[in-house]
Design a protein around this ligand. Structure first.
Ligand SMILES: Nc1ncnc2c1ncn2[C@@H]1O[C@H](COP(=O)(O)OP(=O)(O)O)[C@@H](O)[C@H]1O
Ligand SMILES: [Mg+2]
Length: 269
């Protein structure tokens, strides 16, 4: 039985055919890229940590009624997800000016925005993920107006919820990028949250020190990249053991992990 039919290899993850129709296996790699693939590297253990963080955040979001693609964790680097038709947009939510937003408008990095700002970028490495206005998205039929409405309201809800959840862990949510997809079931189609939520696609600053705890450490050569990812996982209470983080190859991580057992152990402490 071949459980590993590759579907897509991206920059940070790989997709394989899932065990049941309509499912996919999302495999988290240690590979890191920045500036649209110009900078490449490896962050040891990142895949294991992002798998855990994304699982945790998607589950919590599911509990407040945000539909997500997450089904269950399969092993340290892989999760089973609902296959969706990805809407080719990177949905960026910003609470504080940083990165390209700060430089584009000549604003200091760290300037608090008066309200969350949503930006849409076309998901196209070839075109360098250009920013697109809703009017253009609809004109080119990348998404319907009603889908954009759903995406916008979910993105704002996700932002409010994650901002609070992370604040409780001493982390300030500066901005983040999410992706949505169309999930077809019978005659219905629903826009659901897909891809991942992890320090790869969020800006996370320590609330006390302002220290960066996300991929900017890699982008800007700030060092202690692995440590920052681990610290986010630790504060969220989902830090895997050293042995688990060291699980490198898909072969090494083939054995399914009973997550309930892992969790129980943690709470018993
Ligand atoms: N549930 C899903 N169904 C189908 N595709 C998905 C799903 N979740 C994420 N994807 C896609 O899988 C890919 C994940 O790999 P990643 O390394 O992030 O790729 P990329 O380099 O394109 O960003 C992304 O292209 C993302 O849009
Ligand atoms: Mg991606």
């Amino acid at each position: 039985m071949n459980r590993r039919v590759p579907i897509y290899e991206g920059k940070a993850k790989q997709l394989f055919e899932g065990p049941e129709p309509g499912t996919l296996i999302q495999h988290f790699k240690d590979d890191a890229t920045a500036f649209n693939n110009v900078k490449k590297g490896v962050i040891n253990g990142k895949g294991v940590i992002n798998n855990r963080i994304s699982e945790y955040l998607m589950l919590r979001l599911g509990e407040i009624g945000i539909p997500t693609h997450f089904i269950r964790t399969l092993n340290m680097r892989e999760q089973l997800v609902k296959a969706v038709e990805i809407i080719p947009l990177e949905v960026i939510v910003r609470n504080v000016a940083a990165g390209s937003f700060a430089s584009r408008f000549g604003v200091d990095e760290g300037a608090q925005l008066p309200y969350p700002i949503i930006e849409f970028c076309l998901k196209s490495d070839k075109l360098n993920d250009p920013i697109v206005a809703p009017e253009i998205i609809v004109a080119f039929q990348w998404a319907q107006p009603s889908e954009l409405e759903d995406i916008t309201s979910m993105a704002l809800r996700i932002n409010d919820f994650l901002s609070g959840l992370l604040l409780g862990a001493g982390i300030r949510l500066i901005d983040f990028k999410i992706e949505f997809g169309r999930h077809y079931e019978g005659n219905t189609v629903q826009v659901i949250l897909a891809d991942e939520i992890s320090p790869d696609c969020c800006r996370l600053w320590d609330t006390k020190t302002g220290e960066k705890m996300d991929k900017d450490r890699f982008r800007r050569d700030l060092g202690k990249v692995e440590e920052a990812y681990r610290e986010v996982a630790r504060r969220l209470g989902v830090l895997p053991s050293d042995k688990e983080v060291a699980a490198k190859s898909p072969a090494a991580s083939k054995k399914p992990v009973k997550l309930s057992a892992v969790k129980k152990k943690k709470t018993r402490k």
